[in-house]
Design a protein around this ligand. Structure first.
Ligand code: PAP
Length: 338
């Protein structure tokens, strides 16, 4: 993969068809890449556009597929780990579990960043064990054959304040060295205008939210803050949704708690593989996926004016949808933003 290649190069290796397409698309400065392009109603990093076109052309969903879908920095790594652990719990003992030696992104690969990325040939998915587990940031309407299949999608969203701060840190951590850092003010302005990778965040979240209401058997919608409050409850809901419910005996034997612990931020962050390893076929260090994992860290960065602006955007875009977020961790008295 070439995530860290010089930004000027990021468009050089694209196929001609994609290069031509880019000429016709609205474009803005990127967060960690040179540009973001507006395509199919959302903002994409350059190489993800080529990848999603290939994905839409070639990927054939199976009803047994499981897809972990998110906006970046909403809890993807965590939900991939939990999903992998639930589905494979009869194959692996906790003590020798693949999650102890592999980053969750290597166990549950992204369509657009791994499988169909970088002009790769169409990936050979025949060796994927059933059920096939995939990850994606692709917005729901662009999911190709998945939207018409019976496969299961698990989506996690996170309050936009923390998602934004996490995304801003991440972009500056992984950008090519010679690219100027994105200031907090500039990133914030872009985020509030919807111009962030896979954004606007409100459209991404809303599309999956609506689908989860329409087809609850196929789309399960989680919130990061709720998962932090009660991961065991969410593990039970996840396992039932995926048709891998925990038995009474498993519950009695503490299997759910074991999985919760295995996938916890503290456990994953402390593993050698996540301290020193790299995501397979990429230049991403595993450690960049583990920062603070707190609810409400945004208060250390955003001014009251910024808070007011984002609250207004959320109210304007999500008001009336029934979707609300906890933006601070006070369980007894959560502040709700609509
Ligand atoms: P991705 O979309 O690029 O894969 P993603 O995993 O969604 O990234 O986001 C990383 C965030 O999840 C980080 O949040 P922070 O910047 O606010 O700290 C990271 O710390 C957090 N995170 C990673 N693993 C876990 C985990 N096991 N439990 C809870 N949060 C986690």
């Amino acid at each position: 993969m070439t995530e860290n290649q010089p930004a000027d190069d990021e468009e050089k290796y694209l196929g001609n068809e994609c290069k031509e397409l880019l000429l016709s698309l609205p474009k803005k400065r990127g967060w960690r890449t040179l540009h973001l392009y507006q395509f199919q109603g959302f903002w994409w990093e350059t190489q993800a556009i080529e990848a999603v076109i290939s994905f839409q052309k070639h990927f054939q969903a199976r009803d047994s597929d499981i897809v972990v879908a998110t906006l970046p920095k909403s809890g993807t790594t965590w939900l991939k780990a939990l999903t992998f652990a639930v589905v494979n719990r009869h194959r692996f003992a906790i003590k020798t579990h693949p999650l102890l030696t592999s980053n969750p992104h290597d166990l549950v690969p992204y369509f657009e960043l791994h499988l169909y990325a970088n002009n790769q040939l169409v990936p050979d998915l025949s060796k994927f064990p059933e059920p096939r587990l995939f990850g994606t940031h692709i917005p729901f309407p662009s999911l190709g054959t998945i939207t018409e299949s019976n496969c299961k999608i698990v989506y996690v969203c996170r309050n936009p304040f923390d998602t934004f701060i996490s995304a801003w840190h991440f972009a500056n951590k992984i950008k090519p060295q010679h690219q100027a850092p994105l200031s907090l003010d500039e990133a914030f302005d872009m985020y509030c205008q919807g111009m962030s990778p896979y954004g606007p965040f409100w459209d991404h979240v809303l599309e999956y939210w609506k689908e989860s209401l329409k087809r609850p058997q196929n789309v399960l919608f989680f919130k990061y803050e709720d998962m932090k409050e009660d991961v065991v409850l969410h593990l039970k809901r996840l396992a039932e949704f995926l048709d891998y419910p925990f038995t009474m005996e498993e519950e009695r034997n503490g299997v759910i708690e074991d999985i919760a612990k295995l996938c916890s931020f503290e456990s994953l962050k402390a593993l050698e593989v996540n301290k020193t390893g790299m995501i397979r076929m990429s230049k991403f260090e595993n450690k960049v996926f583990f920062r603070k994992a707190e609810v409400g860290d945004w208060v250390n960065y955003l001014t009251p004016k910024m808070e007011e602006r984002m609250s207004k955007v959320i109210e304007e875009k999500l008001g009336g949808s029934g979707l609300t977020f906890k933006v601070i961790p006070d369980v007894a008295n959560p502040v709700q933003q609509n």
